[in-house]
Ligand binder design. Sequence first.
Ligand code: S3P
Length: 425
Amino acid sequence: MKAVSITVPSDKSISHRAVMLASVSKGTTRIKNLLISEDIKRTIEAFQAMGVSIKKVKGKGWRVNGVGMAGLKKPSGQLYLGNSGTTMRLLPGILAGQDFEVILTGDKSLSARPMKRIAGPLIKMGATVKGEGRKVKGEVYPPLKIRGGKLKAIKYKSKIASAQVKSCILLAGLYADGITIVSEPEKSRDHTERMLAMFGCRVKGAGRRVSVDGPVELKSPGVVEIPGDISSAAFFIVAGCILPDIKIIIKNAGFNPTRTGILDILKKMGADIEVKGVGLRVKSEEPAGDIIVKSSKLKGVTISSKEVIRAIDEIPVIMVAACFAKGKTIIKGVKELRVKETDRVNSMVINLGKLGSDIRVKGETIIINGARLLHGAKVSSFGDHRTAMSMLVAGLGTKGKVIVTGLGCINKSFPSFIRLFEKLD
Ligand code: S3P
């Protein structure tokens, strides 16, 4: 049996939060293991443009000299956030508390992503947020023009389970007078809550309802260390399942329970997955551990909308796993996948269909009849990093080559992907 050992890059969600909170806290933060990918570069540049010193220190990670909660300076121009949805949705929470006006812009894909979900609550809190882009009644699209102001605490009931929405409101809540409460239909990833605790702000509640008592002054903990990204690990976990005669060891992946849905779903499908070290290693309030995955005989399962939330970014590669599983896989409640970097239901159904898989969509449900012999084809990344990497993984199990065009987007989250992927050869 071939054994491959890899270390996946640092977590993208946690890296964004580390840069953001370090920037507005008091004191200097050293961020160890910060992910340097296109999206994180956009977050770093945005804070640099607002006067924060963020520098790489040889052998010591990144040093951020925090300017305090209201210490950001008006940038000289617009802030370009590239393709980064997390920056576009979290940063406004902080900007809502600053005393200046700023315009956030993005690339074509980011300019087509819905922003009413954050504009609505921020306006309720007293900020001015205007969508200067596409005009569609009842929605708000970037560029976003934000004018901060004196904020008031709100009680907000979000219709969607979204960590980006929850985080944006909690960040604005740090600037408001009183208790800001966010509730959501299901608990979304809680990295903001954990990172805020590191910076001395206790977020109350641990489930679907969380709150902050503002105003809050964040204090740097000195050092923040980022664990590996389980969403990046996901491609190698599925690769290990579908390749014959292989064992893949993935070191130091994040094990935050709001993110480990991929492991539970694949185990339910019969995957041979073992985890090690979880509980022993905690990096900056975030659990981490090793994953060992071996070639597996997968079977089709039903995945509920609740399970989808804990694996929201992994559904494309789970769709790939389902194509190689015996029997039918049903994935329910996939609506949110349609408003990611691309419509991921569309991109994956078109691409997997080109390889000969039996896949269809019925409303918000995906149905896959697996274990057909798939063939090679030329497919597109649709400019979406997770579609691109999922399709490369699919190519490991097809008869004939899968050629994926537009691989540049992978640098958004996983610049070393191709190098690590070649290790599987
Ligand atoms: C993220 C939250 C998720 C996820 C995205 C990163 C975050 O989005 O899909 O890749 O860092 O908070 P939603 O909050 O829109 O579900």
